[in-house]
Write a protein that binds this ligand. Sequence first.
Ligand code: GDP
Length: 352
Amino acid sequence: EGTGAASLLGAGKLEELADITGGRGIITPIVKTPMTKARKRFESAAEAHEPVEDETDDLRRPEFVIVDHELTPSQIRNLERATGAQVLDRTGVIVEIFHRHANTREAKLQVEMARLRYVAPRLRESSNGGGRQQGPGAGESNLSLDRRKIRDRLAELKTQLEAVQRDSDHRRSARKDQLRVALVGYTNAGKSSLMRALTGSQVLVQDKLFATLDTTVRTLQPETRPRILVSDTVGFIKQLPHDLVASFRSTLSEALEASLLLFVVDASDPTYEAQLEVSRSVLHEIGADVVPSRLVLNKMDRVDDARRAELLEKHPDAIPLSAHRPEDVSALRKTLIAFFEADMVEDVLVLP
Ligand code: GDP
């Protein structure tokens, strides 16, 4: 249906989709099919319970159909029947991408739980699908067996996750007295680049959504006394399905414990304000909107002078920079040090 896949992933991100579909994601034929024509074809084929007959050759028939909305399990089933293709909805795609990018044990466990939670209700609905006829082999007993397996596995994962989280709580409390800056913001805003520039570390930077799923913590370089830690969190995304927010709560909670949040936005992106809104609402959801924050307008190297003036007028307190310019990064470093120095002076004044 035209915009779905591309708008979910953003311009130039189709290779990520191709990746999910094992390199077979032929997107053009679907994108080019006029909405009404496609719908008519799907509807009549769905009524007849048979795959869509297309006048174009087999090569152009999609193997995957990706929809930028939530679909109900029966919608997915009907679409699959009508198109003869595998259907993924928005949550399905996001879960799949998260799955590919999870690196640490904690993220892997969280993603697997999110995946199973996504699958479970889809099994449930198809087992009592309003008395409709079931496909061969989709017997009631198999389904309840599958559901029990999923439940057991979820319980197992939950125990493992709790153990891992106790460990990271320990690590966190060991860091408690340290000064913390957390980079937050929309996915692809440039958080990893900034993190790398600030800390001199080798954090993965990729022009891909969700390259960062885990929180990384590094020391601000050159070292200060006391040390200032910088952490990079999972990128936010619009309409992040609720289950996934819950899954990543512990990853995001790193942001809650920071003394300062740097809201990173891609200032060269005309939709940056909508992205900022998304980040704000995710932070509100996890209760991190009480932490002091500064807006960082990143990728200013891509912005012309007129736009720069406009942005600065709109956000007078923002820090404009480019993560690719060393002089900008070192100015940000000075701002951070000054922030914490002022904070420490306040502490001294407050304490008798
Ligand atoms: P993250 O998802 O927020 O961690 O974003 P990344 O740090 O992975 O950056 C996403 C993409 O934007 C990468 O291709 C970076 O090279 C690019 N990028 C990051 N910062 C800048 C910048 O200041 N200017 C330009 N032109 N590109 C940048």
